[in-house]
Design a protein around this ligand. Structure first.
Ligand SMILES: [Zn+2]
Ligand SMILES: [Zn+2]
Ligand SMILES: [Zn+2]
Length: 309
């Protein structure tokens, strides 16, 4: 099966049926605002105006009927007895989709995906640091646990709250990018992502906006709390000693959260920022402003970021 987006045509085992235009699209183009969605209902609402209109509509309907006859050769859409059954079906198709894979359960996938991120970051610390080489893996685990993981889980939780199916799944190409990053030192670290599939209703701009906002907004909240502890410990109001003190672990957590939020706020590709901006410009700029406000003091207090000596 092929994605019907003209610039895509990706071969996919799982395609999403758009109930507005009746097209089938890949994960990236399934939302009605990701493809040129022209609802068919429009033509049916404007029935019987002029003879020319009637002829046009007749031709249009005939073309549609032909299309539908073709479509019927494909497997018919499945109906479900319960929501649980629908979720099970979506899960099965998602896991079997080309380009995605699962090690069994979602929890195992999450642990594997995030362990890979810890390894990649830890590996760099191991090579760049002169002393405490293994400290990098510990630091990576802290940063992944306080920034990456909350970001992804926030997407999942909000999607589920909005009535969608959401599951973290490993992504073959993303894992290859991640391993490549390990070798050449720069690249993309995305072993998996939260796949979201519409259940009862198609997601509108607001749904997509809220689900996208959840990730960077979570980073902003964690960043704000951490920067407060960062200030308090940096200026000695609260004492901080040992490994956590050099560099200040709270400032690092704030820095990392702000950077992840700001990267994901870039209004390009399929990043969170593009979807938030499409939904609400004010929320987008407030979100970016908060994360910039967190990032600036962290770089003043810890200019070296991860390259600590
Ligand atoms: Zn596509
Ligand atoms: Zn559509
Ligand atoms: Zn995100």
């Amino acid at each position: 099966m092929k994605c019907e987006h003209p610039d895509c045509g990706a071969e996919a085992d799982i395609l999403f049926y758009c109930r507005y235009c009746g097209g089938s699209f890949c994960v990236n183009h399934r939302d009605s605002n990701m493809h040129k969605c022209s609802p068919q209902q429009k033509s049916e609402q404007t029935t019987g105006t002029s003879p020319e209109e009637a002829v046009k509509q007749f031709v249009y309907r005939a073309a549609q009927a032909a299309q539908q006859a073709q479509a019927q050769q494909q497997p018919t859409p499945v109906t479900f007895a319960s929501e649980e059954e629908q979720k099970k079906y979506i899960e099965q198709r998602l896991v079997k989709s080309s380009g995605l894979f699962s090690l069994g359960s979602e929890l195992v996938d999450i642990i594997f995906g995030f362990a890979l991120i810890v390894l990649v970051f830890g590996f760099f610390q191991y090579f760049y640091r002169e002393d405490n080489k293994w400290w990098g893996f510990l630091l990576s685990a802290v940063l992944v646990g306080t920034a990456f993981l909350p970001h992804e889980l926030a997407h999942k939780i909000v999607a589920m709250m909005r009535g969608q199916f959401a599951r973290y799944i490993l992504w073959v190409r993303g894992m290859m990018f991640t391993l490549l990053t390990l070798i050449i030192g720069i690249g993309l670290i995305v072993p998996g992502f939260v796949a979201i599939v519409p259940m009862s209703k198609q997601m509108d701009k607001r749904d997509i906006g809220l689900v996208s906002l959840a990730g960077p907004a979570t980073n902003a909240v964690i960043g704000l709390v951490s920067i407060i502890f960062g200030f308090l410990t940096h200026y000695g109001v609260i004492p901080l000693a040992g490994l956590a003190a050099s560099p200040n672990i709270f400032i690092l957590i704030a820095q990392f959260n702000a950077l992840i939020a700001l990267f994901n706020c870039l209004p390009v590709w399929q990043l969170d920022g593009a979807k938030i901006l499409k939904w609400n410009k004010i929320i987008y700029f407030v979100l970016v402003a908060i994360n910039v406000a967190i990032a600036i003091p962290t770089f003043i207090l810890n200019p070296g970021f991860l390259n600590v000596t």
